[in-house]
Write a protein that binds this ligand. Structure first.
Ligand code: FMN
Ligand code: SF4
Ligand code: SF4
Length: 404
């Protein structure tokens, strides 16, 4: 099967669905060119404002696996430099450039036409304040014919309604979403915050925020046909596919590329291709929104059954240990493994199957969810066509097929 990663975004053909999001890696043309060469389909500039940012020290720290906090502001180089030097230089090198402008209507007025003239292919508008974004879109719409994208924040009280309002004002699509915060981390040796910002506040990005972002991407994609760029917590190829399934037309990432180095994008494109072959999708566009018809309208009140494949059970006992009700036991002896479930104690919460690292224990559904392309079961497993594989893969993707 031939998988093509090319992705159409507002009529612009990207070589990959991956977009290097606004952040420290796109600090100038040089950073953007590196990101593009490594495999990004497009690169978003660090956010351009009237004045260059002065950041507190320190302003970035790791906070758990593939997760960061940061108090980095917008671009620390001037808007003039971006339009005179950096955007033209990135364009000359062939980069598909998305110019990020923040954070007020006045700044859009000042810079939207200028980044357009400098050669930006698209313009992304970002604001800390929900009430400003719609005005920013309206102004940009008058100043440029290039695609205009509203970047949404999970910290606003109603980003879903705001997405629609921005689209109604002429936005061509939305980016969902920005970092989550404010948040706080403390160094217990010094008793001080990890970041040097006011009150030590930072913003959370990377793996920890993925479920928050996915929920918004799905909700927004469900209400519009306009493209949604899903960004937040994407690390692995499985994360990319999950974001596409939730309705993203293209997938951004920032933290993973910072923590793993920008060359990671090359590997990630390779892994996405491999995974799409395995899942039998011929392109990212074919995956886009595949999960949306499966989002339950009502709670599922039919119990599932379990499937156990002793051949791939490693006897790790994770499923036994994790059961809060002591409903599960595994006995091993005489060359046999016996998985037992006390149905009176079991609440069918599903946790035991979700922690199984090999899929030896899985949930059986009654039929494959409509609209998805269930992957074929691995050779030698007992998964029936009714097994809830797509769902399970999403849960366990980061564990079993971790590309880290
Ligand atoms: C250090 C850092 C700096 C960032 N700076 C910007 C910025 O200037 N403008 C912006 O719109 N988003 C900025 N972001 C947010 C990212 O573009 C992205 O929306 C967010 O990190 C979620 O994606 P991720 O989980 O893949 O990192 C920044 C993120 C990080 C980690
Ligand atoms: S489904 Fe929940 S209650 Fe039942 S065995 Fe598994 S962890 Fe225990
Ligand atoms: S978690 Fe999976 S591999 Fe580990 S004991 Fe249970 S069934 Fe076997």
């Amino acid at each position: 099967m031939n998988v093509d990663l090319k992705t159409d975004l507002f009529g612009i053909i990207l070589k990959s669905p991956l977009i290097l999001g606004s952040g420290p890696l796109s600090y100038n043309a040089e950073g953007m060119i590196s990101g593009y060469k490594a495999g990004a389909g497009a690169v978003v500039t660090k956010t351009i404002r009237n004045r260059a940012a002065i950041n507190p020290y320190p302003h970035m720290a790791i906070s758990g696996r593939n997760t960061m906090i940061n108090a980095e502001k917008w671009s620390d180089i001037s808007a003039e430099m971006w339009v005179e030097q950096e955007i033209p230089k990135a364009k000359e090198a062939g980069v598909v450039v998305i110019a990020s402008i923040g954070h007020t209507p006045g700044e859009v007025m000042n810079w939207a036409a200028a980044v357009d003239r400098a050669g930006a292919d698209m313009i992304e508008l970002v604001s800390y304040r929900q009430e400003m974004i719609v005005d920013m879109i309206r102004i940009a719409r008058e100043l440029t014919a290039k695609p205009v994208i509203a970047k949404l924040s999970p910290n606003w009280h109603d980003p879903v309604t705001t997405a629609q309002a921005a689209l109604d004002q002429g936005a061509d699509g939305v980016t969902a979403m920005d970092s989550v915060g404010p948040v706080l981390r403390i160094d217990i040796r010094s008793g001080r915050p990890l970041l040097g910002s006011e009150k030590g506040h930072g913003w959370l990005t990377g793996s920890a925020i993925k479920p928050i972002i996915l929920r918004y991407v799905a909700e927004i994609a469900d209400q519009t046909d306009k493209p949604v760029i899903g960004i937040g917590g994407v690390v692995t190829a499985e994360d990319v596919v999950e974001m596409l399934m939730a309705g993203a037309a293209a997938v951004g990432l920032c933290t993973a590329a910072i923590l793993k180095g920008v060359a990671y994008l090359t590997r990630l494109n390779r892994e996405i291709k491999k995974l799409l072959v395995e899942l039998k999708y011929e392109s990212p566009a074919a995956v886009c929104g595949a999960a949306l018809p499966n989002l339950y309208k009502q709670e599922v009140l039919d119990r599932f059954t379990f499937s156990f494949n002793e051949k791939i059970c490693t006897e790790c006992m994770a499923c036994v240990k994790v059961c809060p009700y002591q409903a599960r036991s595994l006995s091993v002896g005489g060359g046999e493994k016996k998985m037992e479930l006390d149905e009176k104690l079991c609440r069918y919460c599903g946790l035991c199957a979700s922690v199984c690292p090999t899929d030896a224990l899985s949930l059986e559904g009654t039929s494959p969810p409509a609209g998805t392309a269930p992957p074929s079961p691995p050779a030698g497993t007992t998964h029936s066509p009714g097994t809830l594989r797509p769902h399970r893969n999403n849960i366990n993707g980061g564990i079993k097929r971790n590309v880290q």
